[in-house]
Design a protein around this ligand. Structure first.
Ligand SMILES: [Mn+2]
Length: 343
């Protein structure tokens, strides 16, 4: 199920016929990969990373219109205001895999319309439509905790045998036990920090032609990307070192403060890989809230999060084994207590 063969062909036609798109994308590996796949196909246009989707406002609509695009393509962004869509003066196409949202004035492609449980990532569908640059699609898919079908894996391994070993079958293993996983970490570190910095990295990415430019620092672009990763790596491993795991405790709870960057997704990915029997909760204090990243190999996290949020100011959700939540500072203790009771 998911997107039909017809829909994939429609997408291909849309990409083929555009010469000046604006592409808005979520600032994670899946969003970036989706953008890159489209941009590299069209070879023209403007990419804009979206940090906080609910805040897509009139200034951004103005910025988009000023560029005078022939189409606006939105990828991997879970929510868009109707007002934003209304202000855009051209055709809008939105490709996403988060829970279905009803909007008008937009051509909406979401696998969950046909099958509510189908959350295969955006980069997967864009790849299925274009069948180009599989290595970029793999960054998005594995980065989004999705392991594609064997056929796709075989094709990837045939081309890049040293990036992923054929006995790996789970995303959390691929993330930590392969060069592809390292590449994904390099890329997500490049999406952290000031917007101006992130935009620089993205510009460089659009010119990268193969993964070894980055992994082996073969070109100046590859070296630029690798350098940013190297700068943040020390901070990241300092944080990882501070994590304390109690053998008798089912929950690994790690709370940290860092003024510049959030590493929650990467830390929780690393912890679930090291402690597959535990439930992982990594929380970053930012702007009066705790932004939480949860991992478990066994439990269905969205259900637990939903229950733990009862009587708590916050929101959350995600995949069964990889989820997120955002909780007001004063309610955090209650939230953790609820989680403990539920597991
Ligand atoms: Mn995604």
């Amino acid at each position: 199920m998911g997107l039909s063969e017809n829909q994939l062909q429609e997408l291909k036609q849309i990409f083929d016929s555009s010469v000046r798109p604006v592409i808005l994308f979520d600032d994670d590996p899946d969003g970036l990969a989706s953008f890159l796949l489209i941009y590299k196909h069209i070879r023209e246009g403007k990419g804009i990373p979206v940090k906080n989707a609910p805040e897509l406002g009139p200034e951004l609509a103005q910025k988009v219109n000023d560029y005078a695009p022939d189409i606006v393509i939105i990828v991997d962004v879970p929510i868009i205001n109707q007002e934003f869509i209304d202000k855009i003066k051209t055709r809008v196409v939105w490709i996403d895999h988060h829970p279905v949202v009803k909007r008008h004035g937009v051509e909406y492609y979401n696998p969950r319309i046909a099958e509510p449980e189908d959350n295969r990532p955006t980069s997967y569908w864009v790849y299925k439509a274009l069948k180009e640059n599989l290595w970029i699609a793999m960054i998005g898919m594995i980065g989004d905790w999705f392991f594609p079908e064997q056929e796709v894996i075989d094709e990837f391994i045939a081309e890049y045998p040293d990036l992923l070993s054929s006995d790996i079958k789970r995303p959390e293993i691929a993330l930590h036990n392969s060069r592809l996983g390292e590449l994904i970490k390099i890329i997500s570190f490049n999406l952290k920090g000031k917007t101006s910095e992130v935009i620089k990295s993205i510009k460089v990415f659009t010119r990268i032609k193969d993964p070894y430019e980055i992994l082996e620092q073969k070109t100046s672009g590859g070296r630029f990307i690798y350098k940013k990763y190297n700068r943040l790596k020390d901070t990241y491993y300092e944080l990882i070192k501070q994590v304390k795991v109690k053998p008798q405790d089912k929950l690994v709870l790690f709370v940290y403060e860092n003024p510049d960057y959030s590493f929650s997704a990467e830390i929780s990915n690393e912890l679930i890989y090291k402690y597959p029997d535990k439930i992982i909760l990594v929380a970053w204090e930012y702007g009066g809230e705790y932004k939480c990243s949860l991992r478990s190999t066994k439990l269905s996290l969205p259900l637990i999060i939903e229950k733990a949020l009862e009587g708590v100011t916050g929101y959350g959700g995600g995949h069964d084994h990889a989820s997120g939540a955002c909780v007001k500072i004063n309610d955090f203790k209650q939230f953790i207590e609820n989680i403990r009771k539920l597991i």
